[in-house]
Design a protein around this ligand. Structure first.
Ligand SMILES: Nc1nc2c(ncn2[C@@H]2O[C@H](COP(=O)(O)OP(=O)(O)OP(=O)(O)O)[C@@H](O)[C@H]2O)c(=O)[nH]1
Ligand SMILES: [Mg+2]
Length: 249
């Protein structure tokens, strides 16, 4: 299975080269990496270009002019990799919160489902034990809230470590997805659920970022909380009929 890993980056110059070498040392033949960098002030874009040179044909970089958000970075990255023929597409953070070796388990799990999800909230999974009480509470509550309102059948709807089947991504109305921050993961999960996709969760330990500044805030969480209600309305008519997207259009 031709696997592409899409990694959005904003100020990840310390993390990216280490993550890339960890991914390329996995026993996955033909693994391709796409870095989507938003003109990071710390030079992540140049670091990514250097990696593309040292791994010709195996790593490419999508440069965007400014910080445009996680959601559009993933959508553009997914569309590019699908166009280039990826059979499975992995999404993951650059900051080692998502353990690279779990990609193997996710790919194996994908044989049984359409979307394999890294999960902090199934038995065996957890979040960083140095997180302060309020951040643990917010994360757990955010998941409970989204699951309750949208009726999601998964425990971790806000996680960003996932592997999609090509056909599953092709069946998503990607051009319609508008959430750009934390709600992006919830929106994708909700659409997948409405389309009747089979989703499976694989437990993992979410470690805090090793390098760089955390961007988590109450404001970001509040935006996501409002967005959940919009999603409920926006996708009310979506049903499990497969649809085709013309990628050349
Ligand atoms: N291209 C792009 N990548 C982004 C943007 N915002 C975040 N990212 C990347 O998306 C991934 C997840 O973002 P994080 O900042 O780690 O989010 P988080 O884990 O919830 O929060 P902290 O790690 O505590 O800051 C990382 O690889 C970031 O570099 C953005 O606007 N554009
Ligand atoms: Mg992070």
């Amino acid at each position: 299975m031709q696997l592409s890993v899409v990694i959005p980056t904003y100020n990840e110059a310390e993390n990216l080269p280490k993550l890339v070498s960890a991914l390329f040392s996995l026993p996955i033949q033909g693994l391709h990496i796409l870095v989507v960098d938003d003109n990071s002030p710390d030079g992540t874009g140049q670091a990514a270009d250097a990696l593309a040179e040292s791994h010709p044909g195996r790593l490419s970089v999508l440069h965007r002019p400014r910080k445009m958000g996680l959601g559009t970075a993933y959508i553009q990255g997914f569309q590019k990799e699908l166009k280039d023929g990826a059979e499975a597409v992995c999404q993951m953070d650059a900051d080692f919160s998502h353990p690279p070796e779990l990609v193997l388990d996710l790919v194996h799990t994908l044989q049984l489902c359409d979307l394999a999800m890294g999960s902090r909230y199934v038995p065996g999974g957890s979040v960083d034990n140095t997180w302060p009480f309020w951040r643990k509470g917010l994360s757990a509550f955010g998941n409970f809230y989204a699951r309750l309102i949208l009726g999601l059948p998964v425990r971790d709807a806000t996680g960003g470590f996932r592997v999609w089947r090509r056909e599953a991504l092709l069946g998503m109305p990607l051009e319609q997805v508008r959430s750009n921050g934390y709600a992006f993961q919830v929106e994708m999960t909700y659409i997948a659920c409405k389309l009747g996709y089979r989703m499976m969760e694989v437990p993992f330990y979410f470690a805090d970022r090793k390098w760089g500044q955390s961007k988590m805030s109450f404001r970001i969480q509040r935006e996501a909380a409002i967005r959940v209600w919009q999603l409920l309305f926006e996708y009310r008519a979506l049903n499990p009929k497969p649809r085709q997207i013309d990628l050349n259009g």
